[in-house]
Design a protein around this ligand. Sequence first.
Ligand code: ADP
Ligand code: F6P
Length: 319
Amino acid sequence: MKKIGVLTSGGDSPGMNAAIRAVVRSAIYHNIEVMGVNRGFQGLIDGDMTQMEASSVGDIIHKGGTMLKSSRCEEFKTLEGRKIAMKKLQENNIDGLVVIGGDGSFQGARELSNMGIKTIGIPGTIDNDLAYTDYTIGFDTAVNTVLEAISKIRDTSTSHEKATIIEVMGRNCGDLALHAGIAGGAEIIITPERPVDMDEIIKKLNDGKKRGKLHHIILLAEGSGSASNLKNQLANEAGVDARKTTLGFIQRGGDPSSFDRILGSKMGVKSVELLIEGETNKVIGIKDNHLFYMNITESLEVNKEFDNDLFRLTEILSI
Ligand code: ADP
Ligand code: F6P
């Protein structure tokens, strides 16, 4: 392995910069040249890449987003697009590639591996929707960002004795809503894995009111519907005048937590070691606080199990 590339793809997540920094510095540590590919797979197709030095990744470990930029690249999903990308990799004498992203990006990495370039995937997404690993880079920071928002919303919700619906991201995965909801003391958490029907929500709101609760925080995962719809439903079906907040991109930005910086650093270093060992078509994960790696296809076939024990805590703690 003489020269490798690194790229970030799909939704950016806090801690991606720490992973880029770790890939670049550990490659240089092992006397391997490293190219930073801009805008994910789009940058491969465009041949948009630059030689990285140790100093290129100075002052980024504490920053959210990704210094290499990211994209969702439709062209790369076509064989023609991937052939152009392969050609650009060969022209630049790149024999290994680290792809930092989510499940879509991993599928792209697998295609490149099948075409002959050694690839290693690092899980970077705020969604925590990759079942094979306990955590993805960016999830912890996003949970804390949502928590901060809950605290502020709670102040005003309590003052006006209102129910507030907070819609969070996560695609089809409810982890962000569940973890932030538990930590933020939400009364109701609605996720795709554990739908809550309208009767259940209304009962909870009424019971809480009777007990003198001054506010109700409803955490809604985007995969379960929109805050606007739920607000209208509550008004029409129960006469409840709820407020709603959709957190949007606020959840994806911000300085990464120490957890995400450390996770990104560990995985970045490991990815270079795996390339040196000649591994390809692998993704890195963390289980019970230990790093491991496995085949990309197998990783994507693991079924995500919802943490029912954690969910049950809302039933007990929000009385
Ligand atoms: P994430 O990686 O966060 O899940 P996306 O699903 O948008 O984000 O995927 C990121 C990019 O990965 C896509 O824009 C596309 O370029 C590439 N990609 C996704 N799926 C495939 C696929 N089946 N084959 C090849 N490339 C893919
Ligand atoms: O995968 C990360 C994520 O932020 C999801 O939570 C969300 O559904 C999606 O990306 C939003 O995508 P976009 O950046 O294209 O709006």
